[in-house]
Write a protein that binds this ligand. Sequence first.
Ligand code: XUL
Ligand code: CO
Length: 445
Amino acid sequence: MTAAAEPFFKSIDKIRYEGPDSTNPFAFRYYDAKHKVMGKTLEEHLRFAVCYWHTFCWPGGDPFGGQTLMRPWLNAPSSVADEMASAELKLRAAFEFFEKLGAPFFCFHDVDIAPEGRTLAESNANLLHIAEKAEAEMARTGVKLLWGTANLFSNSRYMSGAATNPDPDIFAYAAGQVKQVMEVTHRLGGLNYVLWGGREGYETLLNTDMRREMDQLGRFMNLVVEHKHKIGFKGAILIEPKPHEPTKHQYDYDCANVLAFLRKFGLESEIKLNIEANHATLAGHAFEHELAYAAANDMLGSIDINRGDPQLGWDTDQFPNSVPEVALAMYVIYRNGGFNTGGINFDAKIRRQSIEPDDLFHAHIGGMDVCARGLIAAAKMIEDRALESVVEDRYSGWSGKLGQDILSGAMSLEQLSDHAVANNLTPLPRSGRQEMLENIVNRYL
Ligand code: XUL
Ligand code: CO
């Protein structure tokens, strides 16, 4: 542990709130953790998490070139011992970062924090070793685990899927990996366990038995839920929808698709959703649409925040930087009660030219400030009932006798027809008031 005392982000002190007029690039201008809105502090509402994979593991490659981000723990290891030493160095840098940034949570995949072994047993032992170190860092810093997840997509064994693989041996391997990561998540007091079906989909229907693959995936999810109860994990199990990339078509396409899948396999009360902003965009939805759909079905678990690029059609995972966009997402989340076990995970990466370790701070500070501004604007809209009163008025007819009789099932199609004829109903169209409402929103931004 010779390097233990040596900080990695040497020139950075703890990031503090300095207010909107500050020009210090290493200060928050809006994220005042202790500031209260709607009865809770920003810290309690937003529940920010730093993701391990983009922030500490991504080397900066793109399809045309390799590593640009030089970090000591990303140097090619010369032995297994060296690999483990790198993982420990990365862990210390990660906790130094969480602490200096003031992020209350983090998220990880197994392979982000610990080296993969040659066998499942070796990988499990490596993960346990690092988890013990992480436990000590968590106790030292007070940083908590928002969620853990197993990487069932990078290793070539998973190229044709994990649970949906044509080979049951691979299903068994994936089951073993998830079992271990869920147990480690439980041990670390994690609040959620996430399943992203990175390769649960297909490249071509010519070699794919879709019905079979869906049944395999349903069985896998049931096994995961059974194990959660067996070990007494009280956190939420979350599925993260994404329409495609890496596969041409993924089975967890969007929130509606996942809900239909969960209902088919009787899991809708056991599993909720982790909704990612840019995955919504890739599915052809607004982020707030996916959030509203989940909330309307009591499925809103947690979010991965980021953004895509209007000109690039892939998952660019950039940090959020648009207050108007984020404010609408915040409006939907907090209008529906905010997070319970969930939070806001920055599933976002710096650009490959942002090579300085400092850039990681700029990215997260900006993202946290944008979310804080979005939440403050949304909270004011909610408290003023600025949109709510218009929406309530728009549906007010449904509180009357006719509306209630329709919803309670007291009227048949025939009775409704008779009612319309007998009362000579001549309902008139009413304005949807979209522009007026858009102007109202702009008053809050
Ligand atoms: C991939 C993605 C993943 C999940 C966790 O697009 O979002 O990082 O969040 O596996
Ligand atoms: Co994600």
